[in-house]
Ligand binder design. Sequence first.
Ligand SMILES: Cc1cc2nc3c(=O)[nH]c(=O)nc-3n(C[C@H](O)[C@H](O)[C@H](O)COP(=O)(O)O)c2cc1C
Length: 344
Amino acid sequence: MWSLYEKLAKPALFALDPETAHDAAVLASKTSWAFRLPALVMRALCAAPQRPARVAGLDFPNPVGLAAGFDKDCECYPFLESLGFGFLELGTVTLRPQPGNPKPRLFRLPEKGALLNRMGFNNRGALAAAENLRRLGRRRAPLGVNIGKNADCPLDQARDNYLEALKVLYPYGDYFAVNISSPNTKQLRELHRPEYLEPLLDALLGFAASRPEKKPVFIKLAPDLSPAETEACARLIAGRGAGIIVSNTTVSREGLERRWEHEAGGLSGSPLREMARTSLKAALEGAAGAPVIASGGIMEPEEAAWRLRAGAALVQVYTGLVYGGPFFVKSILEHLAGKEAADA
Ligand SMILES: Cc1cc2nc3c(=O)[nH]c(=O)nc-3n(C[C@H](O)[C@H](O)[C@H](O)COP(=O)(O)O)c2cc1C
């Protein structure tokens, strides 16, 4: 099956422009779920040893999740779950719909095992996402809903923009990720500064605390902060009772050909690995026991194992799935099970 994917499906997908390939994958996922049978077949093919984890009061069948950005409108996650994910983070969803940046805005760097994107939170908005989530319902694996700021919303109104999106989506997520770290929305990363982050956290966590069901909130950080900055952010976030995701894509172009220096956007995949490791270590220092989810440059099962060993509560993948294909999660879970057996 794996070689069928490598020999047929991957070359066909990689012959398409990257965003068309992504849209085709979303459409195929939606269609597969509508007919159910392909999803059931996929679930059977991707079956792997589970490794339950309890994090932030939620039960995860395994610690390998889908990172945000693949299912931006929360429309194809039931099929994605059949690939073996232990949780799925959907979005980024903004309060109001927005088109995102002009195309082309997604690029492959196959020789580097990387992607570069400047999508800019293209999505149909919180009401449409909520309607999809209501229609498709909860699945076995926990669902995270990642929220972001509308591009036309000034920084001094960001807090209310996030809060309104959270209110619309609150009934449908098991946890919420607050994206303050996409490099593709002007000034978004300013929200790492305490004068913005503190009131934002207070508003979102205050809302969650006021609900009958208190749901966990995670803040997703940028990898381009210094370790001291990451640690300070993590301390502030954990001190208020939220968790941390490290990290989003990087604006660094280190090790890439010169032509990529002039291409705006966030880089993901292999070139991000070392930065994401450094960010994870710094976040764990500041988090003092609060849950930290590792994202960024997990392209092989060994890297997922490394992050979990380093102290991550859970891991997320995106670019690894694009290059590794639908059996990537299974390969990670089998590796984790093999490692555990070897360690025992
Ligand atoms: C095409 C693309 C779109 C993305 N969109 C989002 C997004 O909407 N929100 C978000 O928080 N992260 C987004 N990300 C970042 C991923 O969630 C992830 O944190 C990052 O790519 C690093 O992980 P990776 O190296 O496994 O891809 C996106 C990444 C890619 C490649």
